[in-house]
Design a protein around this ligand. Structure first.
Ligand code: ATP
Length: 234
């Protein structure tokens, strides 16, 4: 579904990604692991057209997308649930959700998506008139996921979905992720809780200083000595 080949990204004179190659198959769940500053957000932002690509190719659903504008990429079907959620704090829940549908042409489709999001997260329906900033952290994460779903994505990218959330919300968010994947949406997951991220995915890549240094089935990586020593605190 997504094939990133030999991708490099520069911030001015500094190279942040060096020839990164990753793939997310149809229906797959793939984790991207790495320490702070390894380049995980840079990679997903490059895929989504938010940071420019210096070298390499990105193919999504059979089309070359490198260099396309972010809204074109959303329209093609990649939705990112960004780190820190990036909601519009003063706008209501319903207005934030409407923002997520800006690439969807038909009012009927928007209405249907909205009903689906409220069915998935009833609390968002109950609080539809409340400003996003008054929601709890977990509810804000649900809103961020709901907003991404409003674009009717073919694939979703989650950047640190559990960051700062109470354990109960983490469980809820990961069960939603599971449901979405079961509905056929492939998932690329960045998650600081490495053990959790390897438990809920099938395949994973380890990114260090802008390079993929290791990849394999998530199960194998869970018992890989380098992963254990560097990321699992064993
Ligand atoms: P974190 O988990 O802390 O977000 P990350 O793995 O997502 O880390 P990135 O945010 O992609 O890492 O950062 C990769 C490197 O690029 C880091 O050295 C970072 O300082 C640098 N970097 C990130 N954004 C910019 C920017 N806008 N301008 C210059 N350098 C940047």
């Amino acid at each position: 579904m997504l094939a990133v080949h030999n991708l490099s990204v520069d911030y001015g004179p500094a190279r942040a990604l060096h020839g990164v190659t990753i793939a997310v198959p149809r229906g797959g769940r793939v984790a991207l692991i790495g320490a702070n500053g390894a380049g995980k957000s840079t990679l997903v932002n490059a895929i989504c057209g938010i940071v420019p690509i210096a070298e390499g190719t990105v193919e999504f659903d059979g089309q070359a997308i490198a260099g396309r504008a972010p809204e074109r990429i959303v329209r093609l079907g990649i939705a990112q649930v960004a780190e820190g959620r990036q909601l519009f704090p003063g706008l209501s829940v319903a207005e934030n959700l409407a923002m997520g549908a800006y690439t969807v042409g038909k009012a009927q489709d928007v209405k249907r998506s909205l009903a689906e999001v409220y069915a998935m997260f009833p609390v968002l329906g109950e609080r539809r008139h409340a400003p996003a900033q008054l929601l709890s952290g977990g509810e804000q994460q649900m809103l961020a996921i709901g907003r991404a779903l409003m674009s009717r994505p073919k694939m979703m990218v989650f950047d640190e979905p559990s960051l700062g959330l109470a354990p109960l919300y983490v469980e809820r968010i990961f069960s939603v992720l599971d449901d979405l994947n079961r509905q056929g949406i492939p998932i690329l997951l960045i998650e600081q809780n490495v053990r959790l991220s390897l438990t809920v995915t099938d395949y994973a890549y380890v990114l260090e200083r802008g390079r993929i240094v290791l990849e394999g089935t998530s199960n194998n990586l869970l018992s890989n000595p380098h992963v254990e020593a560097s990321y699992l605190g064993i």
